[in-house]
Write a protein that binds this ligand. Structure first.
Ligand SMILES: [Zn+2]
Length: 245
């Protein structure tokens, strides 16, 4: 049930697609995956000709997907350069995490205040799953689950407007992690445990402090990372993503 929470969800399995929307989704996820898997890094130009050839689509289709990717800030459309994987600078990373802190600290504060009315079993199950996936070394799934934990926590407060904003911010955080983070140990399962425990005990100040430290630590982990910026061969990367009509 978590699959639908993030816009950066799992890729399509089949290359046989029935309509425009499926085609767009297929290309959208293939590009997001390539960024997350660091096959294409920040600063890379998404040149149209090789991508059209690799996916077997027209420029019109590709540009339609670019508009969606740009809307979700996965790529940027730059004058004279076209579609580019953006460089996420220090200030933008800080701004994303500041916005997250504002939403998430407010959330844990409210949850701790009404801890007696909460059913936290879903969140506990999610942490267990995080633990298993992390131990198995499945980085991509683990990034997704750690994002899901934060969203699920927010949902427990039943404010869909706050949850909506957080979903957008977490989708962007996930992309940053995929691009920049080399050691996948910052959104720690242990810290998630501790935050949940503080809420369960109704300890508002502790929950606030733990969430603040958790997000602060997490934000700092991005600042020293220097991702590679290369000119990858787009045809090679997407060669098995060609659409079969
Ligand atoms: Zn976390």
């Amino acid at each position: 049930m978590y699959e639908e929470r993030m816009s950066l969800s799992a890729p399509e399995k089949s290359n046989h697609l029935s309509n425009n929307e499926d085609t767009d989704q297929h290309i959208y996820h293939a590009i997001v995956d390539a960024i997350m898997n660091r096959q294409i890094g920040p600063g890379t130009r998404l040149v149209e000709a090789p991508l059209c050839e690799a996916f077997g689509v027209t420029r019109g289709v590709l540009r339609r997907v670019f508009v969606k990717l740009a809307h979700d800030r996965v790529i940027e459309i730059q004058p004279n350069r076209g579609a580019v994987v953006p460089e996420h600078d220090f200030q933008e990373t800080e701004a994303i995490f500041e916005a997250r802190s504002m939403l998430e600290i407010g959330t844990v504060k409210k949850l701790a205040r009404k801890y007696k009315q909460l059913d936290l079993s879903e969140l506990k199950a999610l942490i267990d799953k995080e633990e298993k996936v992390r131990s198995a070394g499945n980085l991509k799934e683990w990034i997704k689950l750690s994002g899901d934990f934060h969203i699920c926590l927010c949902e427990a407060n039943h404010n869909p407007i706050v949850t909506g904003y957080l979903q957008t911010l977490i989708a962007r955080t996930s992309l940053l992690i995929g691009m920049y983070e080399t050691k996948p140990n910052h959104c720690s399962v242990e810290e998630h445990h501790a935050i949940l425990e503080a809420i369960e005990q109704g300890d508002e100040q502790k929950a606030i402090k733990l969430m603040e430290a958790h997000l602060g630590e997490y934000a700092r982990s991005f600042l020293d990372e220097q991702p590679d910026t290369k000119s990858p061969n787009l045809i090679d990367i997407f060669q098995n993503k060609k659409l079969q009509k």
